[in-house]
Every structure is written in C-alpha cells, then in structure tokens.
Design a protein around this ligand. Structure first.
Ligand code: E4P
Length: 223
C-alpha cells in the first residue's frame, strides 16, 4: 500500500520523506490556507521534495473554470495530480482532463456510487473520506470495502486512496481491505512505529548487553 502524507506543511513533508516510506502528498484548500503562504509556491516546493503524486485541489465549482484551473495546476510540476470534488461538474471536468492525460484525484467521496462514477470518468485516484464518516456515526471503512469490491468486479484501474485518516487503525484496515493508497496526517505516520512493547524490549536488550560488556575484561573495540 502506498503511503501519502496529508498536509501542506513543508517541514512535516520533509520529515516524513526522510523516513524513506513516503510515496506522495495530498493537500486541500484548508491545508494550504493553514500555511498562510502563496499556494502555488508551496506546491512547487512540495513537488521538489516528493517526486510521487502531489494532489492539488481546484476551488472552482463549474465545469469550464474547473478545467482551466486544473490545467494551470497541472503546469506546476509533472507530478501534480488535480483534485476535483465528487459533484456533477467535477465528474465532467474529470472526464475532460483525464482525456488530456491529466491525472485526477476525485475527492470528498462519501459513498461507493460516487467512486463508480469517478472510475468511469477516468479518475486516477478516488478519495473516500473515512474519518468524516466516522465523525457523524457512520462506518467510513465500510465504504472503502464496497469500493474495492465494485472496482474488482469490473476491473476498474482507479486507485483507492483512503483519506481523512484519524488513527493507525484506519491504516491497518485500509491495508487489509486492499486500499491502494492511504493518506495520513504526520501525527498518525509518527504513531505507526510507536509501541510500548518495542520500547520496553529495546531497553531490556540494551541493558542486558551493557551488563555483559561491564562483566567482560575491557575490549578496546567495544569501548
Ligand atoms: C485528503 O485528500 C484530504 O485532504 C483529507 O484526508 C481530509 O481529511 P480531514 O477529514 O482530516 O480534513
């Protein structure tokens, strides 16, 4: 499963990239607004750090303006993936831009039929927002499972990008369900490698080894 980071913060992106596991980045207008800097410049900076897909979202909501904005975003770097919302005009723009070989991430997906339509319109990625569904008492991961089954039934190549991830368990479930990609905030990526038994086990290994060293005659190579 590919792992993307869901942020527009350059420092977080650089730290995640340094872990050696980062396959791409997702941004959205809220994440870019949080940075308080020019969005185009920030996207250029992100695309220099990460060579995998970097999603950049349009803010237009009508077909023609969405297409123009998508074309402009795609000019920023060759790894930009244009993000469009799962609305009727978004679907139209997805078809228009996909026909021009621009990769599209259909975002704000909350039910499997939106994903079916996105695949038919040629989307490269579909983003079910699992955490936001959980937030209102639903089961976000069930939508991922349904999309997986629909795509497999018909052989659609659109990749499922599990988004709006809130905790590591969402990542576990996404991987078990065969989500192609998961995008997570930096905090969740950091949580993944933390386990109290790993910490306790490591401390014990190091303490035992230190005891052994102290019990042996001094060996310069181990000093
Ligand atoms: C994905 O592309 C979105 O940017 C993101 O996952 C939304 O997550 P949120 O529900 O935490 O805002």
């Amino acid at each position: 499963m590919d792992i993307y980071i869901d942020t527009a913060n350059l420092d977080e992106i650089q730290q995640a990239a340094a872990l050696g596991i980062l396959d791409g980045v997702t941004t959205n207008p809220s994440l870019l607004a949080r940075e308080g800097t020019d969005s185009q410049t920030r996207l250029e900076e992100i695309c220099r750090v990460v060579r995998g897909p970097v999603s950049a979202e349009v803010v237009a909501t009508e077909h023609e303006p969405m297409v123009s904005e998508g074309l402009a975003l795609a000019q920023i770097a060759d790894n930009i993936v244009v993000k469009l919302p799962c609305i009727e005009t978004g679907l139209q723009a997805c078809k228009t831009l996909s026909d021009q070989k621009i990769r599209i991430n259909m975002t704000l997906c909350f039910q499997p039929l939106q994903a079916l339509m996105a695949a038919k319109a040629g989307a490269f990625l579909i983003s079910p927002f699992v955490g936001r569904v959980d937030d209102v008492g639903g089961d976000g991961m069930e939508i991922v499972q349904q999309i997986r089954q629909i795509y497999d039934n018909y052989g659609y190549k659109t990749k499922i990008l599990t988004a709006s991830i809130r905790h590591p368990q969402h990542l576990v479930q996404a991987a078990l369900m065969g989500s192609d990609v998961a995008t997570a905030p930096f905090k969740v990526i950091q949580q993944v490698m933390k386990h109290p038994l790993t910490d306790v086990g490591l401390q014990k290994f190091l303490a035992d080894y230190k005891k052994l060293q102290e019990s042996l005659p001094h060996h310069p190579a181990l000093a």
